[in-house]
Ligand binder design. Structure first.
Ligand code: GAL
Length: 438
């Protein structure tokens, strides 16, 4: 018996389930470079953000090298997104060159033994659709469904996991409420329409993928959504703060999931969205980063959802990352337990830290995995963990400064350097074991 086996028997390790998906995630616009046909590219050209994505990590041409790095780190899966604006650069015209390029990427992943997990929409829209109003356009759900069908037909063979839309509510928040992201609107009155189109788009994509797989007699596949989740804590014990926390949790964590399970949704703003179908979720992807303290001084703060409280008296609560988000590992336990109520498999589709001090990264991963392991030990149906991100990359409005990567990227030379944290994480990926008192 090896020492490792003995230690497992002695209960010194958290043991992750067999077949667990281990890896990292990326998204097309953040790593590929030269995504000139989407709304983000145009947004960057007008100088609305600090930096332009430009060549990003040149992942478009360096993907094989990057996937080999992931494999050397014992990852067995990789989440990446397909860029709609490359597949369909002009309405109704699908680019065979782009399709064949993504086919090569999928083959490359398989050739090194990584399970491809495909995201279809990760914040960017083809320019032609953006010009027509983007997700405000009544045609957007059908158009997304058609794109999904094309991808499922031409690239879907053997794909086991799909994520239709990444973080719909973050998209709505940044693009239609704060105006930080394209189309840069501050228009609460448009939120209902955008939300309802995003939800419908998911349903159309779900149907397109599942119908394609059935028609082509392919083995079953699973379609989910990448849901941004946060822990909300009341700033004080006041009733108002607790009401706001409850509402935020419902609105920002659960509402979209409930909608996709029930086929309908009531917004606490008296809106009702009826979806074309019930139950269009085979698994739930959770993207988890941080916790927010919520304060509400009655109707003196913006509405019933209160305000995020950044006051000093919370500063001792937990360390913060480079972007000042609190690091709260226990939150992963709480959220995974909470989402277990849906009795669907849960994939941690993003979890990560941006930091200039790599030792904080391994601490972050370790502590979150510890809490994830506890949730699994208590019966949570978790199927995998994907760190955000494989590479340092273009962090949207924040540009290239935040370093989320397991692998450091030198943007001048495009050189890659594996960070020590990546090696520590690789040990867990390799063995499925996490030392308890580490
Ligand atoms: C997620 C998003 C990623 C990445 C990450 C770090 O919300 O899906 O694209 O930016 O946050 O901020």
């Amino acid at each position: 018996m090896t020492l490792e086996h003995k230690n497992v028997q002695d209960g010194k390790y958290h043991v992750f389930p067999k077949g667990f998906l281990w890896g990292a995630a990326t998204s097309s616009h953040q790593v590929e470079g030269d995504n000139i046909h989407n709304d983000w590219w145009e947004w960057e050209q007008t100088g609305k953000v600090k930096e332009s994505s430009g060549k990003a990590c040149e992942h478009w041409t360096r993907f094989h090298e990057d996937f080999k790095l992931a494999k050397s780190l014992h990852h067995n899966s990789h989440r990446f997104s397909i860029e709609w604006s490359r597949i369909e650069p002009h309405e109704g015209e699908f680019s065979e060159a782009a399709i064949s390029h993504y086919r090569q990427m999928i083959q490359s992943l398989r050739s090194v033994g990584l399970e491809p997990i495909i995201t279809l929409h990760h914040f960017t829209l083809p320019l032609w659709l953006a010009k027509e109003g983007g997700w405000l356009s009544n045609r957007s759900p059908q158009l997304f469904g058609r794109y999904a069908q094309k991808v499922a037909e031409s690239l879907g063979e053997g794909i086991r996991y799909w994520m239709t839309i990444n973080e719909p509510e973050v998209y709505i928040f940044k693009s239609y409420l704060t105006g930080e992201w394209p189309p840069g609107e501050k228009a609460p009155e448009k939120v209902y329409k955008v939300a309802s189109h995003l939800l419908k788009a998911h349903v159309f994509a779900y149907d397109a993928i599942q119908d394609t797989f059935q028609k082509l007699n392919r083995p079953p596949t699973q379609v989910g959504i990448a849901k941004h989740v946060a822990v909300f804590s009341p700033c004080s014990s006041s009733l108002w703060d607790r009401i706001s926390v409850w509402l935020r949790n419902l609105m920002f964590n659960h509402l979209f999931i409930k909608a996709l399970i029930k086929g309908r949704i009531f917004y606490p703003g008296f809106f009702r969205i009826q979806l074309p179908r019930m139950k269009t979720l085979d698994f739930i992807g959770l993207n988890y980063y941080t916790r927010d303290f919520v304060a509400n001084k009655g109707f003196r703060t913006p509405g019933v959802f209160g305000d995020v409280c950044t006051s000093k008296h919370h500063s001792d609560v937990g360390k913060k990352n480079f972007l000042s988000w609190e690091i709260y590992p226990k939150g992963l336990f709480l959220l995974v337990k909470d989402f277990s109520r849906y009795h669907l498999p849960i994939l941690i589709s993003e979890n990560g830290i941006c930091t200039e001090h790599d030792e904080e990264r391994w601490q972050f991963i370790h502590d979150h995995l510890k809490h994830l392991a506890k949730a699994i030990e208590e019966g949570a149906p978790v199927i995998g963990y994907l760190y955000w991100s494989l590479l340092d990359n273009f962090e949207w409005a924040e540009g290239f400064a935040p370093q989320f990567g397991l692998v450091e990227v030198d943007y001048k030379t495009q050189g890659r350097k594996i960070r020590p944290s990546a090696k520590a994480y690789a040990q867990v990926c390799k063995t499925g074991l996490l030392l308890k008192e580490d």
